[in-house]
Write a protein that binds this ligand. Structure first.
Ligand code: 13P
Length: 244
C-alpha cells in the first residue's frame, strides 16, 4: 500500500481550501492501493471532509487530546475530530513536540484515545540535527517507538520526519532514509510481533515531485507526509500520481 498525506499545518482559509480540493480532485482518479489524505487545520475539517471523503480520500486531524471532553481550553478531542469527518489523526509531529511540549507519555495516551474512537493514528518520529550529528538517530527513533510497548498493537501509520529536513528544502539522503526506515521496520516488527497489523512507513521532510520518485524506490518507504508542496494542488496531485 502507498500513502500520500498533505499536512497543511496552519495554512489556508475556507475559500482557498475549497478551491484546492476542487482543483485537486480534477487532477487524478483515486486508485486502490494508494491512500490519499489531507490534514487541514481544525476549522476546515468539515469543509474538506465533505469535499474529499466521497472521492475516497482520508481526512486527518493534526493533533488530538487524549480526553474525550472537558476543561482543556484550545484543545480538540478525538470524538470531535471524528464528528468533523476525520478518519485519522497526526500525532507527535515534531512541531508539536518542539513548540508545544508534546511528550511520549502524552502520545501513548493519545494513540489509545484515537483507537478508542476508531481514528487511525499517523505517528511522526524523527531526530533533530544535533541528535543526528551526535550519532543518536537510531536511539531516538527507538525511544520514540517505545511508546508502542505501552499502547500495545493497533492500526497505525508511521512517518519518519527528520526534523532538520522539515521545511528546509534539505531532504534526507537516500542512504539515511534507507537506514532509518529499515530500523523503524525492525522496531515495529518487534512491537507488533504476533499481530497482523501492516504499518506503512511514510517519509516526510521537503518532499517534492522532484525528490519523491527516488524516495519511493527506497525499501520500506510507503509514501510521503508532505508539508510545503502539499499546498499546491498541482504538486500534490503529481505526488499522488507518482505513488501509483
Ligand atoms: P515540508 O514538506 O514542508 O518539509 O514539511 C514536512 C512535514 O512536516 C509534514 O508533516
Amino acid at each position: 500500500m502507498r500513502c500520500v498525506v498533505a499536512n497543511w499545518k496552519m495554512n489556508l482559509n475556507s475559500d482557498e481550501a475549497r478551491a484546492f480540493c476542487e482543483d485537486l480532485l480534477g487532477r487524478f482518479t483515486p486508485k486502490s492501493g494508494t491512500e490519499v489524505g489531507i490534514a487541514p487545520p481544525y476549522t476546515l475539517l468539515r469543509l474538506v471532509s465533505d469535499l474529499v471523503r466521497p472521492k475516497g480520500l482520508k481526512v486527518f486531524g493534526q493533533n488530538g487530546h487524549a480526553e474525550a471532553k472537558g476543561a482543556f481550553t484550545g484543545e480538540i478531542s478525538m470524538p470531535q475530530l471524528l464528528d468533523a469527518g476525520c478518519s485519522g489523526v497526526i500525532l507527535g509531529h515534531s512541531e508539536r513536540r518542539q513548540f508545544f511540549g508534546e511528550t511520549d507519555a502524552a502520545l501513548a495516551k493519545k494513540i489509545k484515545a484515537a483507537w478508542q474512537w476508531n481514528l487511525l493514528p499517523l505517528l511522526c518520529i524523527g531526530e533533530t540535527l544535533a541528535q543526528r550529528d551526535a550519532g543518536q538517530t537510531l536511539e531516538v527513533l527507538r525511544q520514540q517507538l517505545f511508546i508502542l510497548s505501552e499502547t500495545g498493537p493497533g492500526p497505525l501509520w508511521v512517518a519518519y520526519e527528520p526534523v532538520w529536513a522539515i521545511g528546509t528544502g534539505r531532504r534526507a539522503e537516500a542512504a539515511q532514509v534507507r537506514e532509518a526506515h529499515a530500523f523503524i521496520r525492525s522496531e515495529l516488527n518487534r512491537h507488533l510481533a504476533g499481530t497482523d497489523h501492516q504499518v506503512p512507513i511514510l517519509y516526510g521532510g521537503s518532499v517534492t515531485p522532484e525528490s519523491f520518485p527516488e524516495l519511493l524506490g527506497i525499501p520500506e518507504v510507503a509514501g510521503g507526509l508532505v508539508g510545503g508542496a502539499s499546498l499546491d494542488p498541482r504538486k500534490f496531485a503529481e505526488l499522488v500520481k507518482q505513488a501509483y
